[in-house]
Design a protein around this ligand. Structure first.
Ligand SMILES: [Zn+2]
Ligand SMILES: [Zn+2]
Ligand SMILES: [Zn+2]
Length: 479
């Protein structure tokens, strides 16, 4: 079945999980196990005018393809680089008069690519795209109806109604996309902007406590000639030392869910029962649902139940207010919820962590950095007790907490957090990733400011106030 080969990983029979990948040599922490360009990828429908269809960066003022008026690019260089992928899509949009949904566009690109290059696009690709797993047979009635509608829309678009593939063949491609589609984020890794298919990555099985992580690297687009651009690609990176022969795993879901919730999500989206160590032994479930055990009296089980139910309702209302852009309401609801949770839920309780995350974010947005920093600190302390040490989400959360402290003028704590985040992101993202480079310059900047702070606190505060263009606070009056 293997058609290509890779230096550090090989296909193997992973028992009940089906096929999997294992290390073919010892891997070091932070090592790139493999890098892989997408077989095909598309920008989300909702962002098609805001994200470059070639490099997936968010940019103001993109240029539109003059022919289909649908595809958008940073510049000519990106347009030229993408023409091969876009050419047939461009023709189909012009013929049919309208771009179909992202799902149909992705399936179309996959099939055009199969026609052009077959299902194997490079020497290191281990299986052909058509051989990837799908679970069309396991789909719910609802999902099956959606799939059938997509197939119909595909047939009208791909060859303008002249059927070249049977509906079953097309369903198979949609099934593969549904199970294996990987969400692409923008260049800072902060917003999901599209979806793509990476055949080798699809072979990496899930574990809730994985030994690898996957990150999208947008490459460098600074050179003027597109030939010198490095292309967007995913990197599979080792989170710890991995022995030769050990199975490589990534997590398909966020770890911050109880084992029952994670298993439910995995069953719904990926159609398997997770039997990883953390699920079978329910590791950390107790911390994620823990009651407070501070100095006060221990809350009764009833009280915990009541506050948990209240928090669930409140988080729904918070989400609603957030969607409506009513940030004052988001803040009011979150603070009210935190007050209820105080002395009832522990700081590692997922309901409390969710609210802490919202509060710190909304206060930062409102530029109340000092208050935001306090909540962010509690949040990352809770996260650190749950996530594995080199988790990418943990690194990003610590980075945000560090920036909040820095903005609040808490330079010592800010610098420590930024260094900590850098230590994690160097493993999960690598030194070339845009966000790691940002962190590195923040680290240099906060180091310089910290030195200044230690030498002359007043001068430091004046400098911060000027930098933030804020009226000088009372603490530095009279200098
Ligand atoms: Zn671009
Ligand atoms: Zn076009
Ligand atoms: Zn699991």
């Amino acid at each position: 079945m293997t058609v290509g080969s890779m230096e550090s990983a090989q296909l193997f029979d992973a028992g009940a999980k089906g096929r999997g990948l294992r290390a073919s040599k010892e891997l070091n922490i932070g090592e790139v196990v493999f890098a892989e360009p997408s077989f095909a990828a598309v920008v989300f429908d909702s962002l098609f005018t805001q994200v470059c269809h070639n490099c997936f960066r968010q940019q103001p003022q993109l240029h539109r393809c003059a022919q289909c008026k649908f595809a958008h690019y940073c510049d000519r260089t990106c347009q030229t680089a993408c023409w091969d992928e876009h050419k047939q899509e461009c023709g189909a949009i012009r013929k049919t008069g309208k771009a179909p949904s992202e799902n149909v566009r992705l399936a179309s690109r996959v099939l055009w690519r199969i026609h052009k290059d077959t299902g194997i696009a490079s020497d290191s690709q281990l299986v052909s795209v058509e051989q990837l797993q799908e679970h069309v047979a396991d789909l719910s009635q609802d999902d099956l109806q959606k799939l059938q509608a997509d197939v119909k829309s595909f047939q009208q678009f791909w060859s303008y109604g002249r059927k070249q593939h049977s509906d079953d063949d097309v369903s198979h491609i949609f099934g593969i996309i549904k199970c294996n589609g990987f969400t692409l984020s923008d260049q800072r890794g902060l917003q999901a902007v599209g979806v793509g298919l990476f055949p080798n990555l699809c072979l990496v099985n899930h574990d809730c406590w994985p030994n690898c992580t996957v990150i999208l690297n947008h490459g460098s687009q600074t050179a003027l000639s597109s030939a010198l651009h490095s292309k967007r690609r995913i990197e599979l990176r080792a989170l710890r030392t991995i022995a030769e022969g050990e199975e490589l795993t990534v997590s398909y879901v966020d770890y911050l869910n109880t084992s029952a919730e994670r298993q439910k999500k995995l069953k719904e989206h990926f159609h398997f029962d997770c039997t990883c160590d953390h699920c079978t032994k329910h590791i950390n479930d107790n911390l994620m649902t823990a009651a407070a055990d501070g100095d006060g009296a221990k809350p009764s089980a009833e009280k915990v139940k009541e506050v948990t139910a209240f928090s669930e309702k409140c988080l729904e209302k918070i989400e609603q207010a957030r969607v409506e852009g009513d940030y004052q309401e988001v803040l009011r609801l979150s603070l009210q919820c935190l007050e209820k949770q105080e002395n009832v839920l522990a700081d590692t309780n997922l309901h409390k962590l969710s609210v802490l995350s919202v509060v710190s974010e909304v206060l930062s947005y409102m530029q109340s950095f000092s208050e935001a920093a306090e909540y962010a600190k509690r949040m990352v302390e809770g996260y650190a007790k749950l996530y594995q040490p080199n988790n990418a989400q943990l690194g990003m959360a610590i980075m945000r907490a560090g920036i909040t402290h820095w903005h609040a003028g808490h330079i010592e704590a800010g610098h420590v957090l930024i260094c900590k985040a850098y230590g994690i992101l160097i493993v999960t993202h690598g030194s070339n990733h845009a966000i790691t480079r940002d962190l590195e310059s923040m680290r240099t900047q906060t180091e310089m400011e910290l030195k200044m702070f230690r030498e002359n606190k007043d001068a430091y505060h004046i400098m911060r106030a000027t930098a933030l263009k804020m009226p000088m606070g009372s603490s530095i009056k009279g200098v």
